[in-house]
Design a protein around this ligand. Structure first.
Ligand code: UDX
Length: 446
């Protein structure tokens, strides 16, 4: 099939490359000429494992091209996939300015029947509104499809080529059939719904996953007080097939470009129809508070006196295997430390330059290497579970730190890693591993 994908962010670029991998002819369009030049020169503007190899293979086979010329791409394609950003407005609502603009440009370039599919995450009703907008700018026929995307950064290729399911929201059977044909090589689980339901599936899925994370984080906080171990609790819960094991990893909360944005947007969507989504509000609040648990632990250890201490931070990305730092817990944690007179040393294997450019936090010592970051530190906070950190030799680490204090925000270390070390160690919801901390669990009298 001949496909144009508009927007070369994580979703657009990965989707375009994967549709080309399936043998389709794909044109990826972006307004950013520098980005397109880079892609045409064989570069990839984001860090995503496996993407460069697939893009190169399809480009060399003549199935994948990149351009800023949207009208020409539209004229040469039967299916147009919109994957432009819908970043949050200060109110939490999705900013639809880019997608509206793209819809008008598509309409004005149309030279015959097209299927116009929206992969960008958009509020319920947006596809119908876009259809009206397109209709007002063209006389050509088209069908609208809602095609929500569920890929995760860091495993985006695997998620796209082997998705759990494909959702096709359509109000026209023949357009739905074409989209089914396009996605049939990927999975047996193709669900065709009406357009509004497809739009809601995306928000509901992300909100549910965010809820699981905030839920296990609250269980972890209670575990810390009652002397239970949240990793054992999560394992025990996860074997129940009704619950499932995934997204039950306690830590310092979720970040990234989707969960924070989509949860806020869904709260707003509900608000617009006079429904207060109380549960989701709490999920967001719990998540916001969870990142402060790192600061609270440091304050407990240093009896509230952080000023003048040297604190090392490992990990700036919102999760491993990505250079994305949007809404990463590291932002607020580092800002707070710096503002309170702490000397912060920070390191991330991939996301450092993005973090520095986007947040521009002064008075941080940016380091090139994990151990160098921890050298001379009074405490080390692990905020992203990169392999490089999880495989470190804790004996070696202890030897170079000023004080062996480790706050493990992602529960990556196990009891056996800590044996033989003198680390004062705090993780999330595992009080029995808090070695070096004189913590007497209370006898529980209920
Ligand atoms: C998410 C959704 O998974 C994906 O379907 C959607 O299309 C986009 O949003 P992504 O943001 O790339 O993907 O990352 P994901 O792997 O889902 O992790 C999101 C956040 O949750 C990360 O900050 C991660 O650290 C956190 N997380 C995840 C937990 O804290 N605990 C978990 O058990 C799982």
């Amino acid at each position: 099939m001949n496909i144009t994908v508009i927007g070369t962010g994580y979703v657009g670029l990965v989707s375009g490359v994967c549709y080309a991998e399936l043998g389709n002819h794909v044109i990826c369009v972006d307004k950013d000429a520098d980005k397109i030049d880079m892609l045409n020169a064989g570069g990839i503007p984001i860090y995503e494992p496996g993407l460069k190899e697939l893009a190169t293979a399809s480009r060399e086979a003549g199935r994948l091209s990149f351009t800023t010329d949207l009208p020409e791409a539209i004229r040469r394609s039967d299916i147009i996939i919109l994957a432009v950003g819908t970043p949050p407005l200060p109110s939490g609502e999705a900013n639809l300015a880019y997608i509206n603009q793209a819809a008008i440009e598509i309409a004005e370039a149309m030279n015959g029947y097209k299927i116009i599919a929206v992969k960008s995450t958009v509020p319920v009703g947006t596809n119908e509104r876009l259809a009206i907008l397109i209709k007002s700018h063209t006389k050509e026929r088209f069908d609208s499809i809602s095609l929500p995307e569920f890929l995760r950064e860091g495993s985006a290729i695997e998620d796209t080529l082997h998705p759990d399911r494909i959702i096709i929201g359509a109000n026209c059977q023949s357009a739905a059939d074409t989209m089914m044909l396009l996605h049939e090589p990927l999975t047996k689980h193709i669900v065709v719904t009406d357009i509004r339901s497809a739009e809601m599936i995306k928000y509901a899925s992300n909100a549910f996953l965010a809820t699981k994370i905030s839920f296990i984080n609250e269980i972890a906080n209670i575990c810390e007080k009652v002397g239970a171990d949240v990793t054992q609790v999560a394992e025990g819960m996860g074997y129940d097939r009704r619950i499932g094991p995934s997204f039950l990893k306690a830590g310092i909360g979720y970040g990234g470009s989707c969960f924070p944005k989509d949860t806020s947007a869904l709260i707003q969507i509900a608000g617009h129809v006079d429904y207060e989504f109380k549960l989701l509000r709490s999920v967001v609040e719990v998540n916001q508070d969870q990142r402060w648990s790192v600061i609270r632990k440091l304050e407990t250890i240093f009896s509230g006196e952080l000023r003048g201490k040297t604190i090392a931070v490992w990990g700036l990305a919102f999760k491993p295997n990505t250079d994305d730092v949007r809404d990463s817990p590291a932002v607020e944690i580092i800002r707070h430390l710096v503002e309170n007179g702490v000397k912060v040393k920070a390191y991330d294997p991939i996301a450092m330059s993005n973090f520095r450019t986007i947040y521009n936090i002064e008075n941080v010592e940016w380091c090139d290497q994990a151990l160098e970051t921890a050298k001379g530190a009074d405490a080390l906070c692990l905020l992203t579970e990169w392999d490089e950190f999880t495989t470190v030799d804790l004996g070696q680490l202890q030897a170079i730190m000023k004080q062996p204090i480790l706050i493990d925000g992602r529960n990556v270390f196990k009891e056996e890693n800590l044996l033989g070390t003198d680390f004062i160690y705090y993780s999330v919801g595992r009080p029995s591993l808090n070695q070096g901390v004189k913590q007497q669990m209370p006898v529980l009298l209920f």
